[in-house]
Ligand binder design. Structure first.
Ligand SMILES: Cc1ncc(C[n+]2csc(CCOP(=O)(O)OP(=O)(O)O)c2C)c(N)n1
Length: 553
């Protein structure tokens, strides 16, 4: 069977179960777009390549399947850079295809040539420049394999125009053979034994769970572990939903904007059981003081994570789900401990709280969203800033893959296009992007995509007229010198309407619930402009570089 490179690409995508791709065309990808014209794959045309890559990322986080995006050469490809870095930092499986100038023009500063494999080397798990159409099918097979296995991540495949236009006699690729790429899935028994002994001996254990729990589907094993040893559990931002938010043993998120209970517990524990988490500096605070008196078990699929930020006493390398299963077989059940009781007392004494007086409080809006969606299938995405932290604090994530947010890179402009990817993947669910007024304007053009493809996402803008999180730092550490953080915003309701979406403005407390109910009932994209108190702060807060127990608020 004779096929063009572009036809091979479409065939391979279908064979990998890809039903949706997000992209933006250009000259060198015209052969691919031509092949997509009659293909049985949904292509969503975003309004910016950054929108496409974040949408693919959202799709991946919601489904666990690799997200796929496509961009043209040069500026199209470089517009993917933020989204690829974002996916790389959060270990999200993705395959990004970029067009490239024809092989004969490579290296000549040709029109719209950018060395995207060079540019993305440090921000992809792996990347390829395909120089011959005969290598295409094998390359695509490898790309999906690498993106999905081991520690997941983004893989980029750069396709010169003559490769996608070239025609060959198609041959199905053989089995994958990648010497040097051997992710460890099954942990070594000796490591499990040592870790299990440490658990059995500990009297004040704490489970610190990250995004690896979500990506490996280990939430049931995590719950079983916590209940068997009666340990308190704290999550990273990426781990939210990996443990039920309403569980009595849950202490909430830890770190810079963690709860007092979680941070105090981390300071007094004798054993940190880190599960699929990477000891990010937003979590550890001052490294020298992090869990000073504790031994550390670190369960992770990526050996490079062991000892990267903190010394590990008991590494367990392998798939988190399998590692927890092995650990569960070897640990002894603990009865209710004084330690857990102490953690529960902290949780009761220092709940997340805010004064619900005066103007519209952002925290109360998230609490209201929580209350009104208890009985619904909901996915929350966020942008980056104060609203992201409030979304983490005041909504209870009881299921994995329901909280979708940019963790490692902290990318403003992520949440809205990600929400489009989530909605494309989950058409029957309620998808809400909790946004700031600054962040929403970073990819506001994707309102056109939402309307065009009838993706009925809801955007809840917590509009404080500031780049709020930066303003908070200026207030606390720069003597309230608000240097370039005030925003003069457009009328978000009119903007929504101009794009063909629905806009609702909310200025008083009484309007919050009815506005949310109205928005949830409309089967169209809705922008809710919540005009909030301008100078509300996110607390608790560990000032940068401080020990976790030194919290403001
Ligand atoms: C692309 C990008 N640029 C800059 C920043 C730095 N930054 C972090 S939070 C923030 C303010 C966010 O403001 P807004 O979206 O209005 O949310 P708020 O904090 O007010 O809730 C900024 C500028 C970032 N995280 N991402």
């Amino acid at each position: 069977m004779k096929l063009s490179g572009a036809e091979i690409l479409v065939k391979c995508l279908k064979e990998h179960g890809v039903d949706t791709i997000f992209g933006y065309p250009g000259g060198v990808v015209l052969p691919i777009y031509d092949a997509l014209y009659d293909a049985d794959i949904r292509h969503i045309l975003t309004r910016h390549e950054q929108g496409a890559v974040h949408a693919a990322d959202g799709y991946a986080r919601a489904t666990g399947k690799a997200g796929v995006c496509l961009a043209t050469s040069g500026p199209g490809a470089t517009n993917l850079v933020t989204g690829l870095t974002n996916a790389y930092m959060d270990s999200i499986p993705m395959v990004a295809f970029t067009g490239q100038v024809a092989t004969a023009l490579l290296g000549r500063d040709s029109f719209q040539e950018a060395d995207i494999t060079g540019i993305t080397m440090p921000i992809t798990k792996h990347n390829y420049l395909v120089k011959d159409v005969s290598e295409l099918a094998r390359t695509i097979k490898e790309a999906f394999y690498i993106a999905n296995t081991g520690r997941p991540g983004p893989v980029l495949v750069d396709l010169p125009r003559d490769v996608s236009a070239g025609i060959i006699e198609y041959q199905a690729p053989g089995p994958i053979n990648l010497p040097g790429y051997n992710p460890i899935i099954e942990p070594f028994e000796e490591q499990v034994v040592l870790a299990a002994n440490a658990v059995n001996e500990s009297v004040r254990p704490i489970i610190y769970a990250g995004g690896g729990v979500v990506s490996s589907g280990a939430h049931e094993e995590l719950l079983a572990l916590a209940e068997k040893i009666k340990a308190p559990v704290t999550n990273t931002l990426m781990g939210l939903g990996g443990f039920p938010g309403e569980h009595p043993q849950f202490l909430g998120m830890l770190g810079m904007h963690g709860t007092k209970a979680a941070n105090f517990a981390m300071c007094e524990t004798d054993l940190v059981i880190a599960v699929g988490a990477r000891f990010d500096d937003r979590v550890t605070g001052k490294l020298d003081d992090f869990a000073k008196d504790a031994k550390i078990i670190h369960i992770d699929i990526d050996p490079a994570e062991i000892g990267k930020n903190v010394g590990t006493h008991f590494p367990v390398i392998g798939d988190v789900k399998i590692a927890l299963q092995r650990l569960l077989e070897r640990i002894e059940e603990k009865s209710l401990t004084e330690w857990l009781a102490k953690c529960m007392t902290w949780k009761r004494e220092y709940p997340l709280a805010f004064f619900n007086e005066g103007g519209l409080k952002p925290q109360s809006i998230i609490s209201e969203i929580n209350r009104l969606t208890l009985d619904k299938k909901v996915r929350i995405t966020t942008e980056v800033g104060q609203h992201q932290m409030w979304a983490a604090h005041y909504y209870n994530y009881n299921y994995p893959r329901t909280f979708i947010s940019s963790g490692g890179l902290g990318t403003m402009g992520y949440g809205f296009p990600a929400a489009l990817g989530v909605q494309a993947a989950c058409p029957d669910e309620l998808v809400i992007d909790i946004s700031g007024d600054g962040s929403f304007q970073m990819n506001i053009q994707e309102l056109a995509t939402a309307v065009n493809y009838e993706l009925p996402v809801k955007v809840a803008i917590l509009n404080n007229g500031y780049l709020g999180m930066v303003r908070q730092w200026q207030e606390l550490f720069y003597d309230k010198r608000y240097s370039y953080t005030e925003l003069k915003n457009p009328d978000f309701v009119k903007i929504a309407e101009a794009y063909g979406a629905v806009g609702i403005r909310v200025t008083t407390r009484d309007e919050v619930a009815p506005a949310l109910e109205e928005a949830f009932a409309i089967n169209k994209p809705v922008v809710l402009d919540f005009v909030t108190e301008r100078e509300e702060n996110v607390y608790p807060m560990v000032p940068p570089g401080c020990e976790l127990k030194n919290m403001l608020g």
